[in-house]
Design a protein around this ligand. Structure first.
Ligand SMILES: [Zn+2]
Length: 80
């Protein structure tokens, strides 16, 4: 998956873990600085989960799928 892909429909960035397409920031900017934006879908936070917990996006995705692909945020889940 290309982590720089901007979703053409939503104008957002795709989550590296779950593919949620409406993140406001890329996971890392061009200097490699993490966004620290928590994905409302899977709860992955670039710069924390990877840097602090040593959890790769692949591992985070596996855990998320294992947990039943729970919607992480308290915000209502969008249609689709
Ligand atoms: Zn996500």
């Amino acid at each position: 998956m290309n982590d720089r892909t901007v979703n053409k429909l939503s104008g957002g960035y795709s989550c590296q873990v779950c593919g949620y397409p409406e993140l406001q920031y890329p996971p890392r900017d061009s200097d490699g600085i993490a966004s620290l934006e928590i994905c409302p879908s899977c709860g992955y936070q670039p710069g924390y989960d990877d840097d602090c917990l040593g959890r790769s996006t692949d591992e985070a995705r596996a855990l998320w799928i294992e947990s039943g692909r729970k919607w992480w945020s308290t915000r209502p889940r969008p249609e689709g």
